[in-house]
Design a binder for this molecule. Structure first.
Ligand SMILES: Nc1ncnc2c1ncn2[C@@H]1O[C@H](COP(=O)(O)OP(=O)(O)OP(=O)(O)O)[C@@H](O)[C@H]1O
Ligand SMILES: [Mg+2]
Length: 427
């Protein structure tokens, strides 16, 4: 007992908790009478629930966690340590087999009290981290969004040059990139509209100026001789015809583009169309000494609108005759390109088109520089734009290849006629 006391006093003075009790137990797990020290009353206490044999075995082997039931007070948590070399004096006549270190079970409030500082500090760290992260995230999302909103206001005010930097999280970058693309499209659309209006004004200005000039001269008597009046009337008639043609072509183009004009998808034998064109251009071919070689080599009929396809070929042949010098050759050939597709080509041995002009040929009002005429221009530059719309309305495509000094080839495709096709399946 005195050993236990000294052990206990040693333990409590060297920093162990004051609640700790020491006891010696016998083989059946009973605390040996008077062989205990510490604050708990261990008189008659016993290890919990272990039958004698097991207790002996457990105690024999290793230190082990256990529960010590006291007679009056609450049970204690404990650890048993076997006494291998039992000291006679300590072991109370060899009955003691293990020393037990016991401590009262901690209450819920003790546990909470113990954990609270740690819970509070980790809570504060979590909240601080969430605040910092939230702040960073909102900055990375909100700042670019504010930029996009500002740019959108600019666009609404008509400033189409407004662009936003593509930064921030993926979704915001995506939004910024799409916003920039949309603004570019709107800017391009505005530019096209401006160019279009400028072109129309320009095209109208020249003939209208002539009409006004000659009619004014006749009115104020500057032109009063019969010959002069006839010449002026002819110019006025030609120029007003030119204005009328421009307006008709523009109306035609916008109607086809908007789908207001539906194309017939009739079964067309190109022979008939080619025959008609051959008659139409026979005189011009003779006058200009140009060989016009027309040959239908496709086997199947195409699906199309006779008048509209004539309009396309009329413009292509008209252009070819305009740009091919005397002694040249113009070929119109149709052939089967692949099942369901017929290809029509118009090739000339004319002056050709500069490679930088080729990609723009089908734009409205685009006219390539005409070296031969020193820049003088006959048409409005709408023929190819209309031709492309007609070919597309047929479900085909049109393109051009050219080599300066050697000639130009225009190619377009058409679908072959299929019997099951509905006659009103046009655009
Ligand atoms: N076969 C060709 N050879 C050389 N240049 C051509 C040829 N076909 C077209 N071009 C060029 O393409 C331009 C556009 O042709 P497009 O048919 O659209 O207009 P246009 O003939 O000038 O006028 P429009 O057809 O409206 O009366 C022409 O002005 C011409 O510069
Ligand atoms: Mg033309």
């Amino acid at each position: 007992m005195s050993h236990l006391r000294s052990l206990y006093i040693q333990g409590t003075t060297t920093g162990a908790g004051n609640d700790i009790s020491l006891a010696l137990v016998n083989r059946s797990g009973q605390v040996l009478s008077a062989a205990w020290a510490g604050p708990s009353d261990l008189e008659g206490a016993a290890l919990d629930g272990l039958p004698q044999s097991e207790t002996a075995e457990v105690i024999d082997i290793t230190p082990r966690r256990c529960r010590l039931n006291t007679r009056d007070g609450p049970s204690l948590l404990c650890v048993t340590m076997p006494l291998a070399d039992v000291n006679e004096d300590l072991a109370f006549g060899r009955d003691a087999v293990a020393i037990v270190v016991a401590e009262p079970e901690a209450s819920l409030s003790d546990v909470v009290g113990d954990l609270m500082p740690r819970l509070l500090s980790s809570g504060f760290i979590g909240i601080a981290a969430a605040l910092v992260l939230g702040f960073l995230l909102s900055r990375s999302v909100a700042a670019p969004l504010r930029g996009i909103a500002g740019a959108a206001r600019n666009v609404a005010r008509g400033n189409f040059r407004s662009r936003v930097p593509v930064t921030g999280p993926n979704e915001v970058r995506d939004l910024a990139a799409n916003f920039n693309r949309m603004t570019e499209e709107v800017q391009r659309g505005q530019q096209t509209l401006r160019d279009f209006l400028a072109n129309i004004s320009h095209e109208l200005k020249t003939p209208l100026t002539s009409i006004r000039g000659f009619s004014q001269a006749m009115l104020d008597g500057t032109i009063d001789d019969q010959q002069g009046i006839e010449r002026s009337a002819r110019i006025i008639s030609n120029e007003s015809g030119r204005v009328l043609r421009l307006v008709e072509e523009l109306l035609d183009l916008s109607r086809i583009e908007s789908g207001q004009i539906s194309m017939a998808h009739d079964e067309l034998d190109l022979d008939e169309l080619f025959q008609h064109l051959s008659e139409l251009f026979a005189l011009r071919s003779e006058e200009k000494d140009i060989v016009l070689d027309i040959s239908r080599r496709n086997e199947y009929p195409v699906a199309g609108d006779f008048d509209r396809l004539e309009q396309v070929l009329n413009n292509l042949l008209d252009n070819a005759f305009d740009h091919t010098p005397e002694g040249g050759t113009i070929r119109l050939i149709s052939r089967d390109l692949q099942p369901g597709v017929v290809q029509v080509t118009v090739t000339d041995t004319g002056e050709g088109i500069a490679s930088e002009d080729v990609p723009h040929l089908f734009e409205r009002f685009y006219r390539a520089t005409d070296h031969r005429n020193g820049g003088s221009r006959k048409g409005h530059g709408l023929g190819l734009a209309i031709s492309r719309e007609i070919v597309r309305a047929h479900g085909g495509e049109i393109w051009a290849t050219s080599e300066v000094g050697r000639g130009t080839t225009f190619v377009f495709t058409l679908p072959t006629w299929a019997p099951a096709e509905s006659p009103a399946s046009g655009r």
